[in-house]
Design a protein around this ligand. Structure first.
Ligand SMILES: [Zn+2]
Length: 395
């Protein structure tokens, strides 16, 4: 079988990095390599891989998974994030810019090809040097979830600004709704970003004292949900188990004010108050000993999910019964201290699933569901794609 694949290098962020004279306006073609199967040789715009710079498959799969989120594409093409550039966080802006440049190259290229993400990596090296995130440029295996949270945080901080939240009169009528809105306002009014509504949700956490039956509420924002895969369990069961009520012993109830030796038990209830438009769901694939949990999380073939059952009864969002669908997966093969990552992404342009495995991209009939699934990116709205229940071997 004959193979051919062109390699492109992303546009470099600054001119002093341009050590190559063949730099064109967008990106330059460097060389040809023979790694792309002939059968996959359809010319498709944006269906472009990323070369591995040495254990960077975790990074590549995250970059591919994020760049396929339609709302993310819109924010970037409209320059919305750039518009709100936060001058107080220049290093975050650098990451955001480098990621934007890399995405431009990826969407401008056509299959069969891949981008050598030199500019992005260089920026990363500068930004994380001397910080607790230096590990991302040490060319050692890293955790894709950690990198994803870090990258979104950088983009979030790079586009933060102050907003005026006004609380609608309707919220005044319901004290608990008002409390939720005020917490949201307090959390984001000084640091709002176009990414806030895209990635952040809100939990209501209630502690119910078992002696006086008083209930205390606290709130918590979140930008990813971590669940444990269960033996022959579904995604719903994994979420259910994560949000199940928990008995807390010796609770310092503000109402009972009991002595430390005589404190009552309380029941802790976590419920969703608000879900983001894009929900990042990570599977805890390793236990505290580093042993891999190989359970397959059963997905719906229709690729339609409703989280209504996990909402707080008093949340007005519950009645909206919004549906979600998986739009990318990040998959991990092997043990906790290494292994390999790849991503499966639904192309919003071609309405087609692709597997991104570093340089190589495969067209998929349906994405693979199996013990390798590590992270799901779910998106609010009606589904456009299906998910296959067929399994892929974990190795
Ligand atoms: Zn009490």
């Amino acid at each position: 079988m004959e193979y051919s694949q062109k390699v492109v290098v992303e546009k470099l962020p600054s001119s002093q990095d341009s050590d190559d004279s063949e730099n064109s306006s967008n990106f330059r073609r460097v060389r040809f390599r023979n790694t792309f199967p002939e059968s996959e040789k359809e010319v498709k715009r944006g269906v472009v891989g990323l070369s591995n710079l040495g254990n960077t498959c975790y990074m590549n799969s995250v970059l591919q998974a994020i760049r396929h989120i339609p709302e993310w594409i819109q924010l970037n093409t409209r320059g919305t994030l750039k518009e709100h550039e936060n001058k107080e966080k220049p290093e975050c802006v650098e990451v955001l810019d480098a990621f934007a440049d890399l995405q431009k190259s990826l969407w401008a290229g056509s299959s069969p090809s891949y981008v050598y993400p030199k500019g992005f990596y260089k920026t990363l090296e500068t930004v994380v040097r001397g910080t607790m995130y230096e590990q991302f440029v040490q060319r050692t295996p890293q955790d894709a979830h950690e990198f994803l949270v870090w990258l979104l945080d950088q983009c979030y901080m790079a586009s933060q600004y102050t907003v005026d939240f006004s609380i609608f009169p309707v919220a005044e009528k319901y004290p608990i709704v008002r409390e939720a809105v005020e917490f949201w306002k307090h959390s984001f009014e000084k640091q709002y970003s176009p990414l806030t509504d895209l990635f952040f949700g809100l939990y209501r956490i209630r502690m119910e004292c078992q002696r006086c039956h008083t209930s205390f509420t606290r709130w918590e924002t979140f930008n990813s949900m971590k669940v444990t895969p269960l033996p022959s369990g579904t995604l719903y069961e994994a979420i259910q188990s994560e949000l199940k009520d928990e008995v807390i012993e010796s609770y310092a109830c503000e109402h009972c004010k009991a002595e430390p030796t005589n404190r009552p038990n309380a029941v802790k209830k976590i419920r969703i108050w608000k879900l983001p438009k894009v929900l990042i769901l990570t599977l805890k694939r390793f236990d505290y000993m580093g042993n891999r949990l190989n359970h397959v999380v059963g997905l719906e073939n229709s690729n339609t999910y409703h989280f209504t059952n996990y909402f707080d009864d008093e949340s007005h969002e519950k009645s909206k019964e919004m549906s979600y669908h998986i739009t990318s997966t990040i998959d991990h093969y092997g043990h906790s201290m290494g292994g390999h990552y790849s991503a499966q992404c639904f192309s919003p342009i071609y309405k087609q699933w692709y597997k991104y495995d570093d340089e190589t991209v495969y067209k998929l009939d349906l994405p693979y569901v199996g013990p390798q699934n590590y992270l799901f990116v779910l998106r609010q709205g009606t589904y456009e794609s299906q998910i296959s229940a067929k399994n892929e071997k974990s190795d």
